[in-house]
Design a protein around this ligand. Structure first.
Ligand code: ZN
Length: 211
């Protein structure tokens, strides 16, 4: 069927109490976890990206970057939020691992074997990607734009993403729409998955439909 879900950076440092908190960031964890289980149960692929920075990164204040140190690999701040209950088969995509890597887009990341995210999607035959997570105006936007550039159908989960800056977040949504990204809710997405999973096979025609 070719459906995939990308959950972007729902990590402790981007939630309340973290070093770069996104307002309301933790609120996206539960709806995304619910959707992840629905996608997985329907045979789709689930990916969760994470910032996985070294302690000294040019992405951080103090080394020439714009951010408080965050999501340093192996620290509690880099762990996924505890409400993000992921299916066992979720593929973790790590990004921003080099000292000069910003790693905004999941397409700059790779799976645990080092395979680039784009290749992972190709191998799973993913043509339609649902995207949610943090933050709307940064990593979510960059990931969704890259997905569109690769010709994927992209649906952004508007109730399961939060911006660092509200105005930038609105701007990001408009830019994504212009790029052909469809804005949907997690409830819409779950309903669509259930409908397509339970629908009878298209090839089957009703008796008497053909002469
Ligand atoms: Zn980062």
């Amino acid at each position: 069927m070719g459906r995939g879900l990308l959950i972007v950076d729902v990590q402790n440092d981007f939630c309340a109490g973290g070093s770069v908190p996104v307002p309301g960031g933790e609120e996206v964890a539960r709806p995304l976890a619910e959707l992840a289980h629905a996608v997985s149960a329907a045979g789709g692929a689930v990916f969760a990206s994470r910032d996985w920075h070294p302690p000294k990164s040019h992405h951080f204040i103090g080394w020439g970057g714009r951010w408080n140190p965050h999501c340093v690999r192996g620290t509690p701040g880099a762990e996924f939020h505890p409400d993000l209950d992921l299916p066992d088969e979720t593929v973790i995509v790590s990004k921003g691992m080099g000292p000069r890597a910003e790693g905004y887009s999941a397409f700059d990341g790779c799976d645990p074997s080092g395979k680039p995210f784009g290749r992972c999607l190709e191998e799973r035959g993913v043509h339609e990607l649902l995207i949610g997570g943090l933050a709307t105006d940064l990593c979510v936007k960059e990931s969704a734009m890259d997905a569109r550039m690769r010709g994927l159908r992209v649906e952004l989960l508007v109730d399961a993403t939060r911006p660092v800056d509200a105005e930038e977040g609105e701007r990001a949504l408009r830019e994504l729409e212009t790029a052909g990204v469809k804005l949907v809710t997690t409830a819409d997405a779950i309903q669509e998955i259930e409908e397509t999973t339970n629908a009878p096979p298209e090839a089957h025609t009703e008796e008497g439909a053909h002469p």
